[in-house]
Ligand binder design. Structure first.
Ligand code: NAD
Length: 454
């Protein structure tokens, strides 16, 4: 099938590459000329396991092209996916300017019948706004007709290709008029290869599909904040939150996923989507009490690691030096958006400490965002280390923020030999407190105080 993807970011690039892998003829558009030039010269603008290979293979096969040419992109696809960003507006609501600009540019160039698919995460009612933007811009006499579909994306950064290729569900919202049913038939054909083993598609109306995406992210964020809040209490009352996690996760009504206590959630989705859903509710004069708490707990949780450091060393950290492992908001990505490491680094550096940080892939992106986050004096006290071991040299403590696999089984003797003091603050509960104690470390996890006090 002939497909256009508007917006070649995380979602657009993964969607385009994976749909090309299934044999479709895909045209990826972006307004960012530098990004398109990079893709056309064989580069990949983001770190995502397996993506480079899929992109290279499908470019070589002529099934995947990248361009900034709007007219050509509209002419290309019978299906036009909108996968542009929906960042938070000043009031926390989703900023739809990019989605509506994409819709208008489709309208201006459109002829014949097209399906316009919202893949971006958009608030309830956006489908109608996209339809209005198209109607405003379609030239009289062009003969253009269309139907707007909602097809939210559930991929996880760090496992995006795998998630796209093996989705646990495909949510499609469509209208029930004849154009809507025509759109449904095309979507069914497009996604047929994913449904061969068993049906994974959930068909619904457009508004319900839009809402489903927010409900999913809000639920996941709620589980994380719930466990983080309990972990902080566990630290006070002498309970091991990891034991509790196993104890409750084994209940099939609860399940094991997304119950890890840690340094708070970050990334481009949970923070903004929780906020946007709250904002939608407020515009309907409803207060989402649970989600407000989820957000507040998360903001507080991002401070917890830094507070544990301060509890050990005092408020004045001048002359202290810390090693930080992990900068990206989660493993297998270089995404630094809303990353808890940004909060920790600010806490340490504004109290006068110096830091040597290491991340397996996010160093360049971290350097870019931290230079903006920090003042010149703070940034000057931050060193980007060449290896995890290099970061440890002469540090008063190691602080772990991201659970990269590469950090899971270090040579603890070598770690101890490099650190000034055998002290670890672990924001991701990577290690067993008893084993760390045995290996001679003072170890502070999140919600694991019972074992360190023994
Ligand atoms: P991104 O910022 O990585 O990419 C968006 C791209 O759209 C950018 O390259 C930008 O230059 C381009 N763009 C903006 N306006 C354009 C226009 N008018 N025409 C063509 N290109 C344009 O964003 P992302 O992370 O891919 O997210 C896109 C959407 O998908 C958001 O709504 C997000 O909430 C949602 N989403 C993201 C993820 C994720 O893990 N990143 C997962 C599921 C859903």
């Amino acid at each position: 099938m002939k497909i256009t993807i508007i917006g070649t970011g995380y979602v657009g690039l993964v969607t385009g590459a994976c749909l090309a892998e299934l044999g479709n003829d895909v045209f990826c558009l972006d307004v960012d000329g530098a990004k398109i030039a990079m893709l056309n010269s064989g580069g990949i603008p983001i770190h995502e396991p397996g993506l480079a290979e899929v992109v290279a293979r499908n470019r070589a096969a002529g099934r995947l092209q990248f361009s900034t040419d709007v007219a050509a992109s509209v002419a290309h696809g019978d299906l036009q996916f909108i996968a542009v960003g929906t960042p938070p507006d000043e009031d926390g609501s989703a900023d739809l300017q990019y989605v509506l600009a994409a819709a208008r540019s489709i309208g201006r160039h459109m002829t014949g019948f097209k399906v316009i698919i919202d893949k971006s995460t958009v608030p309830v009612g956006t489908g109608e706004r996209v339809r209005a933007a198209l109607n405003e811009t379609i030239a009289a006499g062009s003969g253009a007709t269309f139907s707007v579909v909602s097809n939210p994306e559930f991929l996880k950064e760090g496992a995006a290709v795998e998630d796209f290729m093996r989705p646990d569900r495909i949510v499609i919202g469509h209208d029930s008029d004849s154009a809507g049913l025509r759109a449904r038939a095309l979507m069914k054909k497009l996604y047929a290869p994913f449904n061969r083993n068993h049906e994974r598609t959930y068909w619904m109306d457009v508004r319900s599909a839009e809402f489903t995406k927010y409900a999913a992210n809000a639920m996941l964020a709620t589980r994380i904040s719930f466990m983080n809040e309990l972990a902080n209490l566990a630290d006070r009352v002498g309970v091991d939150i990891e034991a509790v996690r196993h104890g409750i996760g084994s209940d099939p009504r609860i399940g094991h996923s997304f119950l890890y206590a840690g340094a708070g959630y970050g990334g481009s989705c949970f923070p903004k989507d929780v906020q946007a859903l709250e904002r939608t509710a407020r515009s309907y004069e409803q207060d989402l009490l649970i989600l407000r708490a989820v957000e507040a707990v998360n903001d507080r949780q991002k401070q917890v690691l830094g507070q544990k450091v301060v509890a050990s060393f005092g408020e004045d950290l001048r002359g202290r030096h810390f090693a930080v492992w992990g900068l990206a908001f989660k493993p297998n990505t270089d995404d630094m958006r809303e990353a808890p490491a940004r909060v920790l680094l600010r806490q340490l550096l504004e109290r006068g400490a110096s830091v040597a940080a290491f991340d397996p892939v996010a160093m360049a992106e971290a350097r870019r965002v931290l230079e903006l986050d920090l003042d010149a004096d703070q940034f000057a006290r931050l060193r980007f280390a060449a290896t995890p071991m290099d970061a440890l040299l002469e540090a008063d403590a190691l602080v772990i923020v991201t659970e990269w696999k590469a950090f899971r089984s270090p040579d603890f003797d070598a770690v101890k030999a490099r650190l000034k003091r055998a002290l670890v603050f672990d924001g991701r509960n990577l290690f067993e407190p008893a084993q760390m104690a045995e290996a001679g470390f003072e170890y502070h996890g999140i919600g694991r105080s019972v074992l360190t006090r023994r």
